[in-house]
Ligand binder design. Structure first.
Ligand code: TRP
Length: 335
């Protein structure tokens, strides 16, 4: 990679089970990007502690997510893959950035408003942490510490990216041009929808019927797809229902272009059998899942290897992060 190669950074929250929504919405895109850019990807465990959680689960989930990302095809020789908390410079930069973040702008973050509302409505403690409020500043630090040019994210992260750019801009105006303003790279695959409620995005928090895990048993995958909601309520004339559209979206994301073409032709002529559509979706997901399961098994066959890769990844990231911290401290008058 030469000096002009642009840098990409993205982060993903740790969960104990990566699903096809995560894969097509983020990680599949990372696998493509690593061929063209200098890529850094991190499992954002520090973001995961902004709402209530179980420490034992978190430790397990972070490691699991790291392994799953490898199984999806992120190559540690090409990309820098690491766990966020293993690069403590992120938290240090967060403080410096706290001081160039507008309180007013931070208060307008819709994700904070949404998440705090859910906490207030659904949890007993109704505890909204300051960490949840400043979450976007930590995200800005993740990006700016590597002076990333591009940030692949879903549309829901648009506002956080805008904030990151504003933080960088304010820093540059105050202390001299230092941070490049990062641009979002919105993922090209469309949203993968929940199977049980196609008016929503595929997500774990909705419950097990709503998502398909990457490493689920073949039978379970087939069963979930078979019971996917297709037509619900009144469908406007000639308009494909969200459920059917969602199933086509999955097939497209799996690159089954020919099959999609032929099934769309059936749909247009009123001949499409949902069973056939669903069988094709199941086959495509099972095919991918088998590939991932095989890779995961291989990775996990050497327990030390995973630890080693985590350490190596964070060491690679820290070389860049430490340099940024030194320079920022100089500019800030702290060193
Ligand atoms: N907030 C992001 C999400 O929920 C995750 C994230 C954390 C992230 N740090 C990041 C994404 C840095 C991109 C860049 O999806």
């Amino acid at each position: 990679m030469n000096n002009t190669t642009k840098r990409v950074l993205s982060g993903i929250q740790p969960t104990n089970e990566m699903h096809f929504g995560n894969y097509f919405g983020a990680v599949a895109n990372w696998v493509d990007l690593q061929e063209k850019y200098d890529c850094l990807f991190c499992v954002v465990d520090l973001h995961a502690i902004t709402t209530s959680y179980d420490p034992k689960e978190l430790r397990k989930n972070s490691k699991n997510m790291f392994v799953d990302i490898l199984a999806c095809g992120i190559d540690p020789e090409k990309s820098t893959l690491f766990i966020q908390s293993m690069v403590p410079e992120h938290t240090e930069l967060t403080w410096y950035l706290n001081c160039v973040t507008s309180y007013g702008q931070l208060s307008r973050m819709t994700q904070f408003k949404d998440k705090s509302e859910v906490i207030n409505q659904q949890s007993k403690e109704k505890f909204v942490s300051a960490g949840l409020f400043t979450y976007p500043i930590l995200q800005a630090a993740d990006i700016l510490i590597y002076k990333a040019n591009y940030v692949p994210v879903g549309r829901d992260q648009k506002q956080h990216l805008e904030l990151t750019r504003n933080i960088a801009d304010r820093f540059n105006n105050q202390f001299g041009k230092y941070f490049p303003l990062p641009e979002p790279l919105f993922t090209k695959t469309s949203k993968i929808l929940s199977l049980a409620d196609p008016s929503k995005k595929m997500s774990k928090s909705l419950g097990p019927k709503h998502f398909v895990g990457l490493f689920e048993d073949e039978n379970k995958i087939r069963k979930k797809v078979r019971s996917a909601v297709t037509d619900i309520g009144n469908i406007e004339n000639n308009k494909m229902s969200q459920g059917v559209e969602g199933l086509f979206e999955i097939l497209k994301a799996c690159n089954k272009t020919e099959i999609v073409k032929s099934l769309i032709a059936d749909y247009d002529s009123g001949q499409l059998k949902y069973k056939e559509l669903k069988d094709n979706v199941s086959d495509a997901l099972v095919e991918l899942s088998n590939k991932f399961k095989e890779r995961k098994k291989e990775i996990l066959s050497d327990e030390n290897k995973v630890k080693e890769l985590m350490i190596k990844g964070s060491e690679k990231a820290r070389v860049i992060a430490k340099k940024t911290i030194e320079e920022v401290k100089q500019l800030n008058g702290l060193a």
